[in-house]
Design a protein around this ligand. Structure first.
Ligand SMILES: NC(=O)c1ccc[n+]([C@@H]2O[C@H](COP(=O)([O-])OP(=O)(O)OC[C@H]3O[C@@H](n4cnc5c(N)ncnc54)[C@H](OP(=O)(O)O)[C@@H]3O)[C@@H](O)[C@H]2O)c1
Length: 271
């Protein structure tokens, strides 16, 4: 399994919508397939399922990388650490591998310093091995790093796939030692309608989703696709074995349309 400089496995399994017994079953298929990284969030309501899947898989805890994200309602003074302890209870874990701020506080309702200082404290308390952010712009990353001081922002998770390559932000992160996690890495199945993606996929005997994931991994990013279907969970993982040529990579670069799916009105001013 490829890991980055922080020991984060390059392919993870997203758990948005993977609730209940069906969700646990999907996670067990993922773990059985070889995924060693599960991505959850306080807002997904899947932390309990992630904890159960890790235990039921019998894979040693230290071999599965677990990420959660702090919900916007838990950013205020004195709220973040108790919420993270509740997440650990839900997950039945002693420590997260990575904790992210899910979204910057809408309209700066809670000042960034307030929640980033609490993240530094969570790190000092050993509640999380790594700290990071999600949906942060370059300006917000710079402000967050100022508050964290010597603790690195290990990761920024944002929407990235061939239709939204987010090159300015991704390049900034890579050059600053911040690993990139792509959410919506397979654009929720939209890539099967993109001729260039179909052409490359056909040439490799692969799917457009595998081509997208192989592209992201070749860029050095982390990708966290999800599916409720065992065959798709397995075929997405097979992308780790797909080697694209330089010409393929160049052709995928041209597919970028800046097509953003997750774009709430209260979101940040994107780069
Ligand atoms: N930080 C954030 O703000 C944020 C926002 C959004 C998502 N995320 C994270 O990112 C993860 C992935 O994002 P996402 O679930 O929105 O998008 P995604 O992984 O790009 O797409 C998942 C969707 O695509 C379908 N799919 C899966 N494999 C496929 C394949 N091989 N061919 C065709 N369709 C396929 C799935 O349907 P079936 O189940 O029917 O296969 C599912 O509806 C989430 O689970 C979550 O952990 C984070």
């Amino acid at each position: 399994m490829i890991e980055n400089q922080y020991g984060i496995p390059a392919i993870g399994f997203g758990t948005y919508d993977r609730k209940g017994e069906a969700g646990i079953e999907a996670m067990l298929v993922a773990l059985d397939t070889g995924y060693r990284h599960l991505d959850t969030a306080q807002d997904y309501g899947t932390e309990g399922e992630v904890g159960q899947a890790v235990r039921r898989s019998r894979i040693p805890r230290e071999n599965v990388f677990v990420t959660t994200k702090i919900a916007t309602g838990n950013l205020g003074p004195g709220k973040l650490i108790p919420s993270l302890k509740r997440s650990l209870d839900n997950l039945q874990l002693d420590r997260l591998d990575l904790t992210l701020i899910h979204w910057p506080s809408p309209n700066d309702e809670v000042p960034l310093t307030v929640y980033m200082e609490q993240m530094a404290e969570a790190h000092a308390l050993g509640l999380t091995r790594l700290v990071g952010v999600s949906n942060f712009t370059i300006a917000l990353l710079q402000a967050a790093q100022q508050v964290l001081g010597p603790i690195p922002i290990a990761n920024n998770q944002f929407e990235l796939n061939p239709l939204l390559q987010n090159k300015k932000l991704a390049t900034y992160c890579t050059n600053s030692g911040i690993s990139v996690t792509c959410y919506l890495p397979i654009a929720r199945g939209l890539l099967g309608k993109v001729p260039a993606m179909i052409e490359i996929a056909d040439r490799h005997g692969a799917t457009p989703e595998q081509v997208a994931l192989a592209f992201e991994l070749a860029k050095g990013y982390i990708a966290i696709p999800t599916s409720g279907k065992p065959d798709r969970i397995r075929s997405n993982f097979e992308a780790t074995k797909l080697a694209l040529t330089e010409d393929d990579m160049a052709a995928i670069e041209t597919v970028d349309r800046g097509q953003r799916v997750i774009d709430p009105v209260w979101g940040p001013a994107w780069d």
